[in-house]
Design a protein around this ligand. Sequence first.
Ligand code: ARG
Length: 573
Amino acid sequence: MKLLTDLLTAIFETAFLNCGYDKTLGKVVVSGRPDLCQFQCNGAFTCAKLYRKSPLSIADDVSALIKPDGMISKIEVMAPGFINITINDGFLLHYAEQIFHDKYKGIPQAEAPETIVLDYGNPNVAKPLHVGHLRSAIIGEALKRIIISTGRKAIGDVHLGDWGLPMGLVLAELEERYADRVPPITADLLNELYPLASKRSRSDEAFLEKARTITAELQKGSIKYMDTWRKMVSVSVRDIRKTFDRLHVSFDYWYGESDSSKYVPQLLQILSEKNLLVPSEGAQVVDVSCESDKAPVPPAIVIKSNGSEGYVTTDIATILQRQQDFKPDRIWYVVDFRQNLHFTQVFRTAQKADLIPASTELTHLCFGTVNGKDGKPFKTRDGGIMQLSELLDTVVNCSYEKLRNTDDIDMNFKKETAEKIGIAAIKFGDLINHYSKDCVFDIDKFMASEGKTGVYLLYTVARINSILKRIDSFDLTAPQSYGIYSQSERELLLKLALSGNAFINAYNEKSPNIICENAYQIAVAFSKFYHENHIMSESDGQKKASWLALCIYTKDMLQKHLDTLAIDTVELM
Ligand code: ARG
């Protein structure tokens, strides 16, 4: 389906062209003044500069060529040259009905479907997931679904941290504890070991050196460490999956940094053929500085002096792997802002070495930290790093407490509902902000039943469910008899009809918050419509049928938004 704005633009482009002007001036946008009109064309202003005429006379000439028809009901020229446009109620209804039946819910599908690799989630083996991973996982999952909703192909890769020094630290600690015995690897043991080993490495130089050597040996494939490492990975992944499942976050590939290892020899060959590899203090580096750099960008260390691969190496080699396996048009990394310099080094090396075509987009979507209400990074009560599962439990418990006093609903149902509401509250609470901003973790705000919250949206869907439940039977097949009886319906229908624009903008701007905002706007428009009209007691059959259809369209469109944000709805609340 085409967007309403595109349908109108086509009409205005023809009119500009027929008046002898450049057709691109005919762009129609959603009105910034909904009190005056639904759409606007402001092309007369640029046209006036280009053709040295008054904008008002251009607007008059152009609009004189457009006659109200099946689609447009009113065109008004306003000084100094605005063209205000309103569409027919019948057309609006028909368009909303088409969206309802459209497989893609009115979202135009990309004509040349691109492939986009999304690198997100990014947990580390042997380390528990913490709140930072929450943002990467939920922003990444929403972006993946936004990409798919516009007809493009998304490939999600979790890119596990399974190959660096943390592996060496844990293996060194295990070696000391279990000497020649096979270590009994469990998630709890790993959770206990890593913080210990990491702390120790800061004061015990010999231990750190040992961990470095073990890391290098592991990367060379030493049998001595491989078995234990594999066990560590599988135990960790099992644990990580549980939390991601809870968040409805899933991946097409569970590759890790280690999977890039087999591409390293090829990478080194390419880099040396292109004379990009320079020896530096025993290491092999690539100079990635640019004259225009405001702050110095240090060289990318591809091979460390002890022969091991670093974080930069695995990321560059992974680009080689992605190019060979997927030939992506774009690769987006959903990683926090602290890694900005790292990605500058990685992207520049990949581009200098032509590992990808020049047209391939590499973007680091750097998100902010999760802070407490005090603006400082979110911690547990005793000041430690809050683990992700603990954080989810905290919110879900709060949601359960709120439900506890409701009448005697089945206990299991209550638990299930509390889980869905709690997770929705967290996800929406994060996604409603632009990803680049820090997110303030505020349970009370997230759980509020009014305002831009997941709870308000679930509540709106549940309210529609309860209306529809009270209807014995309803036939949706008589749209020709539907009408619009009030301004609040018109506004709601228009919001629904313009949702395709929100999805396209969310894709173009890589911003799930646009979907959140639009869902909220729909919910607010629905609430106004619901309060102004008494659906259940309405005696006029046609009116009631039109309103019920509107309830169904609204629910369907809200559902599309929430699915895209990977938020589950609840039947009743
Ligand atoms: N695992 C890393 C961390 O927790 C983030 C990885 C980000 N992705 C990437 N391709 N480097 O810091």
